[in-house]
Design a protein around this ligand. Structure first.
Ligand code: R5P
Length: 315
């Protein structure tokens, strides 16, 4: 069955590269707004009986998600054979459980919305927690930034390296990096007295006199990673690096990172950064995931396994 890629407006450059690397054509769309802001979508190219790949990360504003939902609906009503939504960054993933009374499980709500709109498969990377896959009743292919970033860090050749998770929730991801880099693992016991507020309680593991790399799925305000870096420095760490899969960099995160004790922040390109790299004094370094996504898209299109692209150590 023929395949075609379409991009939403959130990150067209990402979709263009995935199309280029996968050799699957990038279809034309018309995405416009009514005067009041309502979104209007039309596929210019025919999608009838095609495998349609819709690429859109769902970082805020919520319009990015809404646009994706409308694209799914348009593809479904135009008789697409299958609709695979490629969500490099799955927004709202942090709201994955009822951790206090009277709150929503928004990560589940979004999954329901994508499915009801007509998505038949999801491809995403580094979900905040991998259990979110179970919020869907359609197949979810989950890939990992560690599949490429660990090689890059190894190539830099940082000696005496310890991988640090800035909170207990991130241990699984940090363990993957520590296995791949054959480095020790340390964990920070972080508490959140309130949303976007961070308290560092303890460092579990030996970081004294070591170079460290903090790994996290998301950097949002930068509070977690900057406070963690300060605590590590205070406790005798040498050079401190950071890595994150999804650089949201909201509020004054970039300035906070620029002025922090962190030497370099390695991030993926699931979210466009605009002038943030320059504003960080070039502390931020991007490693593209578009080849990785292109390989996964190709395998999905040809019915091959996606898990064959990674090893147990990547997870
Ligand atoms: C939390 O569980 C996540 O893994 C990140 O540590 C968190 O979202 C980062 O947020 P911020 O940069 O605002 O501290």
């Amino acid at each position: 069955m023929e395949s075609i890629i379409f991009s939403g407006t959130a990150h067209p450059e990402f979709a263009r590269k995935v199309s280029e690397h996968s050799n699957i054509p990038l279809g034309r769309t018309e995405i416009n707004r009514f005067k009041d802001g309502e979104i209007w979508v039309k596929f210019v190219d025919n999608v009838r009986l095609k495998h349609v790949f819709l690429i859109q990360p769902t970082f805020p504003p919520a319009e990015n998600l809404l646009e994706l939902l409308i694209m799914i609906d348009a593809a479904k009503r135009a008789s697409a054979w299958k609709i695979t939504v490629v969500i490099p960054y799955y927004g709202y993933a942090r709201q994955d459980r009822k951790d206090e009374p009277r709150v929503a499980i928004t990560a589940r709500l979004i999954a329901d919305m994508l499915e009801s709109a007509g998505a038949s498969r999801v491809l995403t990377m580094d979900l905040h927690v991998s259990q979110i896959q179970g919020f869907f009743n359609i197949p979810v292919d989950h890939i990992y930034y560690s599949m490429i970033l660990a090689d890059k860090i190894r190539d830099i050749g940082i000696t005496d390296l310890v991988v640090v998770s800035p909170d207990v929730g991130g241990v699984k991801m940090a363990r993957a990096y520590s296995k791949k880099l054959k480095a020790d693992l340390a964990i920070i016991d972080k508490r959140r007295p309130d949303k976007n507020k961070v308290d560092i309680m303890n460092i579990i593991g030996n970081i004294e006199g070591k170079n460290v790399i903090l790994v996290d799925d998301i950097i949002d305000t930068g509070g977690t990673v900057v406070k963690a870096a300060e605590a590590l420095k205070k406790n005798g760490a040498k050079n401190i690096f950071a890595a994150c899969s999804h650089p949201l960099f909201s509020a004054d995160a970039v300035e906070k990172l620029r002025d922090s004790v962190i030497e370099k922040i390695f991030v993926s390109d699931t979210i466009p950064l605009g002038d943030k790299i320059a504003r960080s004094g070039n502390k931020i370094e991007v490693t593209t995931t578009t080849k990785l996504f292109a390989n996964a898209v190709k395998n999905i299109a040809t019915g091959e396994s996606v898990s064959s692209l990674f090893t147990e150590d990547d997870k």
